[in-house]
Design a protein around this ligand. Structure first.
Ligand code: SF4
Ligand code: SF4
Length: 394
């Protein structure tokens, strides 16, 4: 009986699709260069991918054909040697298409397996975001910002080959750094990318995460209906009416909170979230009207509160808000809960505004939208900055 290796790449749909494909394919090619058969595939055969939706690619490698075939007989690996998270906000958990609630980022990791995260955050922050496991695992941080691009463009900032270099160091039984170098020369034909992979390998510094360490929250889940519980034909229940909201200070009921899908909360789709300055809001309704996911609750005092369980972080509300710094998108790693911002503001408006200032102070250019592809050549401009981060020491 040979050995089976399984690696998953957890990425954000569309933005990181090519990146995930490059990594999974590179893993299989590097293993193949050392005589091991393998295959890479995406989680979805027929589903579309929405912007930001957590998605998965897999690379399965066997030491021989029979072992690989046996591994491939499963639709999806039940456990993996390495989980790669190419956006650190995915450490909060992933939810795809309402199949199973929230899935911890480290759920499939074998005991002693490794979670590789591309991030500028310190280990402590990433560990506290990821759900606690009852077995130890390792965390490796690959210094860098999440590499986002579009459907038709690819931001070639070397994240792909840096991850391959790191894997050679973490799991040398799978393939060596020499194999990675060979694949990069064959596939990408770039000595600079070879150097990036070598540097990433030399910087790997695993941290052991102990059992019980991390986010203690029990992720929400639900039971899927059994076949005999399903109704005949195709029927979709209508949406029940929403409800009024209680003002936490005056206890007056008012406003409106629409009813939302209880089994697809969407917040793991988010890499940034809007923070709202309720004291400068002019109640123009634009954010409420334009939000593609109907995320805004109307408060009893006529303000608009982005519901953090429902918001998928698209940034439209920031783009349409006519008041400067009234809605600002902030990286999701800055937050530890999905509580109502409006309730916090009602309870302590001074404290809330101070909190808001600290959240938005690092936004470099408030005049522009914070994320997304805005003009041709934008990624080419960003690549040197990313490579500089990758070259810096830890
Ligand atoms: S970022 Fe704004 S517009 Fe987009 S889903 Fe969230 S609340 Fe709605
Ligand atoms: S778009 Fe801005 S100003 Fe208008 S209601 Fe929304 S938060 Fe207030």
């Amino acid at each position: 009986m040979g050995r089976l290796f399984a690696i998953e790449v957890v990425y954000r749909g569309i933005f990181q699709k090519t990146l995930a494909k490059n990594i999974a394919r590179g893993i299989v090619l590097a293993a193949h260069a050392e005589g091991k058969p393998g295959i890479s595939f995406g989680r979805y055969g027929d589903s579309p991918e929405r912007n930001g939706i957590p998605a998965k690619g897999f690379a399965i490698v066997g030491t021989d054909d029979i072992t690989l075939e046996e591994g491939m007989a499963k639709y999806e690996p039940k456990e993996v040697d390495i989980t790669i998270s190419v956006d650190d906000t995915l450490c909060k958990g992933v939810e795809s298409w309402a199949w199973y609630g929230l899935q911890p980022i480290n759920r499939l990791l074998k005991p002693g397996g490794t979670l590789i995260v591309t991030s500028m955050s310190p280990p402590k922050e990433l560990i506290s975001m990821a759900h606690a496991k009852d077995v130890p695992y390792n965390l490796v941080i690959l210094k860098g910002t999440p590499s986002f691009s579009g459907l038709w463009v690819y931001k070639d900032d070397h994240t792909d080959v840096r991850i391959l270099g790191a894997i050679a160091q973490i799991l040398p039984e799978l393939f060596s750094l020499k194999a990675v170098e060979q694949v990069i020369r064959d596939e990408w034909k770039s000595d600079v990318k070879v150097a990036s992979a070598q540097k990433a390998a030399s910087r790997v510094s695993p941290i052991t995460v102990k059992p019980g360490q991390g986010n203690p929250e029990v992720p929400y889940k639900f039971e899927l209906p059994k076949w005999h519980e399903m109704r005949d034909g195709v029927s979709i229940p209508c949406i029940a009416p929403g409800k009024q909201i209680e003002d936490p200070v005056t206890h007056v009921m008012g406003g409106y909170q629409p009813n939302r899908n209880p089994t697809f909360k969407k917040f793991t789709t988010r890499t940034m979230r809007p923070v709202v300055n309720f004291s400068t809001c002019i109640k123009c309704t634009l954010c409420w009207l334009q939000c593609p996911d109907s995320c805004f609750d109307v408060t009893p005092d006529g303000l608009y509160d982005a519901n953090m369980e429902a918001c998928c972080g698209c940034g439209v509300c920031e783009a349409v808000c006519p008041v400067e710094k009234c809605v600002t998108m902030v990286n999701e790693t800055e937050f530890t809960d999905n509580n109502s911002q409006w309730v916090a503001w009602r309870q302590d408006s001074t404290g809330y505004l101070k909190w808001l200032d600290t959240k938005i102070e690092h936004r470099p250019d408030l005049a522009k939208r914070s994320h997304g592809f805005r003009y041709l050549g934008q990624y080419q401009e960003q690549v040197p900055e990313m490579l500089e981060i990758a070259q810096q020491g830890d």
